[in-house]
Write a protein that binds this ligand. Structure first.
Ligand SMILES: [Zn+2]
Ligand SMILES: [Zn+2]
Length: 864
């Protein structure tokens, strides 16, 4: 044991955290592929390398590190990999901003190089925060999705799914952002409420209402409800589109709402999802009026080249000029917009690549996974149920995994690379063999790239060792931790792809964390100015305090409001624990402790049984990922049981030098050792520092999880009572204006059982304490009388003294039931109500005592 004299008075988190960070070795957290221990593989979320590891990431990673460390102590072979999900639009946009260019100003290769460089730099910055936070990352299993080693696997998974029919290409309407010039998936569409205008105009004699007159050129039919009597005669007719003059058929469809507008609607390719539905249903023509840049196409005639807003204004003006615009109304509308730039999305029909969605397959797998908290499964179910379109995975961007296919320039046949040649960029290299169909050697590489989710949704396959054949060696992973905001994307896509590629669920469990809100209760955002960055907390209070906030802030899965007070409270707990540590070490150092010492004193037994209860509660909470419950139980034990009660009770005994001291030392050592281990997953630096003084040369993180059990119901009950008795007597002292250590005289405790307190109670209260099991024999006597002078004075005036003397002369029985009258100066005089109250005291064996009751326990105090 290190000399407690060396311990600094105050806990200096900055010094301690930096010191341990330099001592700990990465190898201690490596997953051992040859281990016989049960595996615990974590499918860690790969964050987007923005350069800032934000507070939401921090919360997510705290949860992961709590259970990663716990599982290691429980004897599991843990893999806590760290990935980086690099590809995507945000980095492209950042590169354009930083270099004052657009992606078209430099070659594709040069643009990619710039993106890679920025990403490398950002990853470097984020790694530093991860280390400061003391996350027990397995750096030997780090992966970076933009590196060939990783995206080669993305390409391999693409080819496997292409071969098995899960992936196909087709011309199909997709959500498209004309600003980003790329297709996007449904999960990437955000919705905004906007105000628009509903325009009523004359369409070849029928009134039509539309919010998008600019799509008139793309009109392919008019639809009415089959039962709508107003339009009976339209059946089988064609109608002429105003301004454009092409003919379109009238179709009957039950989905038309006769009550909306005039009851006749125009179908355009494509105004919304309903248009797509009708277009398929009625096998209508395709008219593309808007191109990928959001400009009007040839079929828009004189409006060609205008953007949609300009075109709308021009068409409305022309409608007015032709006197076919009848009226306009304001209309509130939910508009789908691009997740990245908020531009309203268009639905464009394009040749794209798709992944088939098989809802039942995904739902079945989702049901085989244990969800924490359970209700998050519902969100997945709801999302799966509303799936209508397949997943569009092609993007018309640059910084992404290339789609590994070529097309024969002569016959159009598709060619794919061999596994061993992956990764490939089909725009840079050619196939090694001529076209199978026509023998030509001229190919065009696919220029579209893959959706970033195609990279990240194989994270679990990557970390479990997938090589393209069958089930990976460490598959499925044990757990996927992630935020509830990406259930529809990352969780959904991962399940889809695991089932498609292995036929199995990706993980046994999924742990969903909430979002971190600002101190004002709102989502953190630059515009609100409520963003808290982890680095700021690390500098002010250290990693352990931040980690405690993460554990205690809210139940797992709930959103958590950031609160500096919680961080301060966490830091105070460390101060308190540090004081306990110093006290414990000084005591244990004096004579050491004997591991075979006998534990007989009630306080010692009580401490151990409460420790046993705590270990059980904390372990159960950690098994269920209830970090707030676990840390709360640890704090309560440390603070209330150990510091406030036990140590106060046994201080006196520890200063003695006999056998009873040995019991206290052993109990103290046991509790302190266990506390360090219980705290290890939550406050790794602090627990290590404390433990290093208790067991020099050993790391708490290499110790097994606490397995301590102590079965002693009597000790729990009687000890709780003992603690209450001491608290009550201390309160009594306080109320009597006595110092807590002032001598008190004799205290007799009438309890149901004999208690061996080894003199702890007496020393703690500085009193002569006697425990007795017989019933207290107390006499209740009247020892004084309180006269109510405001009644006695006015009533008796000069006779007041005589009245009080007469009352005082009454017998105790008469005082308890006062007579209605007394004789005063020979006259029978009425005794006024409320003129006096007898004061009672208790007598025990002839001495006056004060009495306190604690439940059914009676305490008598004979003052000195
Ligand atoms: Zn966009
Ligand atoms: Zn060919």
């Amino acid at each position: 044991m290190a000399s407690s004299q060396e311990l600094p008075k105050n806990y200096d988190f900055a010094e301690v955290e930096e010191r341990w960070r330099s001592i700990w070795r990465d190898e201690d957290h490596f997953f051992d592929k040859n281990s016989k221990k049960p595996q615990f593989v974590i499918d860690t979320p790969p964050p987007y390398p923005t350069g800032n590891f934000h507070i939401g990431n921090a919360l997510n990673w705290c949860y992961i590190d709590f259970f990663a460390r716990y599982k290691r102590m429980k004897g599991f072979n843990v893999m806590f990999p760290q990935g980086w999900d690099c590809h995507g639009l945000p980095t492209e946009v950042k590169v354009e901003e930083l270099n004052h260019i657009t992606k078209n100003d430099v070659s594709r290769e040069e643009f990619r190089r710039m993106c890679r460089e920025l990403t490398e730099k950002n990853i470097g910055l984020m790694r530093i925060t991860l280390r400061k936070m003391a996350f027990s990352t397995d750096w030997s299993n780090e992966y970076v999705t933009m590196q060939p080693k990783y995206y080669g696997k993305t390409q391999l998974s693409f080819l496997r799914m292409l071969a098995s029919g899960y992936i196909y290409q087709s011309e199909h309407p997709v959500n498209y952002c004309t600003r980003c010039e790329t297709a996007i998936a449904f999960a990437e569409v955000s919705y905004e409420d906007r105000e628009t205008q509903l325009n009523y105009f004359d369409f070849d004699g029928v009134e039509i209402a539309t919010t998008r007159p600019e799509l008139l050129a793309a009109c392919v039919a008019i639809a009415v409800h089959p039962e709508d009597k107003r339009y009976r005669e339209l059946k089988g007719r064609t109608m002429k589109v105003p301004l454009f003059c092409h003919d379109v058929p009238v179709v009957l469809d039950e989905a038309v709402d006769p009550a909306f507008g005039s009851g006749a609607v125009m179908i355009c390719t494509f105004g919304d999802k309903q248009d797509v539905h009708w277009w398929k249903q009625h096998n209508l023509a395709l008219r593309k009026a808007i191109d990928r840049q959001g400009k009007m196409t040839d079929i828009a005639g004189k409006y060609k080249g205008l953007n949609t807003t300009e075109c709308r204004a021009a068409i409305l003006a022309d409608m007015k000029a032709q006197d076919i615009l009848k009226r306009q109304e304001n209309l509130a509308q939910r508009v789908g917009t691009c997740w990245r730039c908020k531009t309203p999305i268009e639905i464009l029909s394009e040749r794209q690549w798709f992944v088939k969605i098989k809802p039942k397959e995904i739902a079945d797998a989702a049901h085989q996974i244990t969800w924490f908290p359970e209700h998050m499964l519902l969100r997945m179910e709801n999302w799966v149920e509303q799936m209508e379109w397949d997943w569009c995975i092609s993007r018309q961007r640059i910084f992404a995994t290339p789609i590994p296919v070529w097309f024969c320039k002569k016959c159009g046949e598709m060619t794919v690379p061999e596994d061993k040649d992956l990764p490939v960029d089909p725009t840079q290299v050619s196939p090694k063999h001529p076209c199978k169909k026509c023998g030509s050697m001229e190919f065009a590489g696919e220029v579209d790239v893959l959706d970033t989710w195609m990279d990240s949704s194989i994270s679990v396959l990557n970390v479990t060792g997938w090589d393209g054949s069958g089930t990976p060696p460490f598959f499925p992973a044990q757990i996927r931790p992630q935020g509830h905001d990406i259930i529809r994307t990352w969780a959904f896509y991962t399940i889809l792809r695991s089932v498609a590629l292995t036929g199995q669920k990706p993980w046994n469990e999924i742990l969903v964390n909430g979002m971190v809100l600002g101190e004002d209760g709102f989502k953190m955002s630059k515009s609100r100015g409520n963003i808290i960055v982890p680095e700021e907390i690390l500098v002010k209070y250290g990693a352990d305090a931040l980690r405690q906030w993460g554990a205690m802030g809210a139940a797992t899965g709930s959103d958590i409001m950031f609160n500096w007070n919680d961080v301060v409270a966490a830091s105070r707990f460390q101060t308190k624990m540090w004081n306990i540590t110093k006290f414990a070490l000084i005591q244990l150092e004096k004579e050491g402790f004997a591991p075979d010492a006998e534990i007989t004193a009630l306080a010692d037994r009580w401490l151990l049984v409460r420790l046993s209860d705590t270990v059980e509660e904390v372990s159960a909470a950690l098994e269920a990922y209830q970090f707030d419950v676990a840390l709360k139980a640890i704090r309560e034990f440390a603070w209330e049981v150990l510091a406030d009660n036990y140590i106060e009770l046994v201080k006196g005994r520890l200063y003695k030098n006999d056998a009873s001291r040995k019991g206290a030392c052993l109990a103290l050592h046991t509790a302190f050792d266990a506390l360090c281990r219980l705290l290890a997953p939550f406050t790794p630096y602090f627990a290590e520092e404390c433990y290093s003084h208790l067991s020099p040369g050993k790391s708490v993180h290499k110790q097994p999880w606490v397995a301590f059990t102590y079965d002693d119901d009597a000790a729990r009950m009687e000890g709780n009572l003992l603690v209450q008795v001491v608290a009550e007597v201390r309160k009594y002292k306080h109320d009597a204006g006595l110092a807590l250590n002032a001598p008190l005289g004799k205290v007799t405790i009438y309890a149901p059982h004999t208690v061996n307190d080894e003199g702890d109670t007496g020393r703690t209260l500085n009193a002569d304490v006697h425990w007795r099991t017989d019933a207290a024999k107390l006499d209740r006597v009247i020892t004084d009388i309180d006269f109510n002078r405001s009644v006695v004075g006015p009533t008796f005036r000069k006779q007041a003294q005589a009245f009080m003397a007469a009352i005082t002369a009454l017998s105790p029985e008469q005082l308890a039931n006062p007579p209605a009258t007394i004789m005063l100066d020979g006259c029978e005089t009425a005794v006024p109500e409320n003129s006096f109250t007898p004061k009672y005291s208790y007598m025990e064996e002839g001495a006056q005592v004060d009495v306190i009751t604690v439940g059914d326990v009676i305490l008598t105090i004979t003052k000195m």
